[in-house]
Write a protein that binds this ligand. Structure first.
Ligand SMILES: [Zn+2]
Ligand SMILES: [Zn+2]
Length: 130
């Protein structure tokens, strides 16, 4: 896969070098609020491999996650997690190409909406982008 991505308007772009080891689906209410969607889909890569271009705004939420977004279009691009120093969490929706690996981890399923039918990574991800 190409290791790059950008926000909706293109003002913020990024590249990274490593293959993601963690591919996370998160149903927590912070992710729901911040994305406006029932889940966040996230790959985790080493911060040292991550290069971002363009102007981002950011804020830290209660869970000590600093969420960075494009100041122009508002796309959420990446996050830093206080409890996981040294890594960057990138929303897969802003990747130029979807990950070829399947999700490895799902969390906060207790706030998953009942109407959302999804096979979590313990089984098989229903829509395999690869
Ligand atoms: Zn943008
Ligand atoms: Zn979350």
């Amino acid at each position: 896969m190409s290791k790059s991505g950008k926000c909706l308007c293109g003002d913020v772009s990024f590249t990274y070098d490593s293959d993601p080891g963690i591919f996370l689906i998160c149903h927590c209410t912070d992710c729901q609020k911040s994305t406006g969607s029932p889940l966040a889909s996230i790959i985790v890569i080493p911060e040292s491999d991550f290069k971002v271009n363009g102007s981002t705004g950011s804020y830290e939420c209660e869970a000590k996650v600093t969420r960075s977004f494009c100041k122009n279009c508002g796309s959420q691009v990446f996050s830093r997690i206080a409890s996981a120093p040294g890594v960057v969490a990138i929303k897969t929706g802003v990747l130029d190409e979807q990950p070829s690996i399947k999700p490895t981890l799902a969390c906060w399923t207790k706030s998953k909406p009942d109407w959302l039918e999804i096979e979590h990574p313990e089984n098989v991800f229903e829509e395999n982008p690869g």
